[in-house]
Design a protein. Sequence first.
Length: 136
Amino acid sequence: MAAKKHLSRHLLPNGLTVEFYDLSRPTAGDRWQVVVEARVAVPVSPEHLPPELRDRAEEVRAALGPEVSFIKQEIRNFIAVGEVPDLVQNIASQLFASIRGYLGHPEFAPRFLRKKYQEYCERQTWWRDTAESQEE
């Protein structure tokens, strides 16, 4: 795993913060895999939950933890070592420009947490159904 190098932090209009990291690593000879990661930590709290889950905030928090991270990575392969620094900055700038509106939207956190909680519930149902079918 590449060392995570912090690139920048930006406050979004909805109060969340997006952070950019450089996870690039050498691959072969003077070639690199360039990886830029955008990460937003969304607190699992009533103000970030969708309306239908606000009265179940503790249940959702117990299932998902104190926060859930949205992660988006852009990857480029076989990059010459001399091109890496400029490419990392270009990717980070372009990535921020392309996701700023989505991540900064007032409904981003509630929709994201709803989706993550639904995924959690589906996994629980699958595990329960699998365990029950093995008992039969």
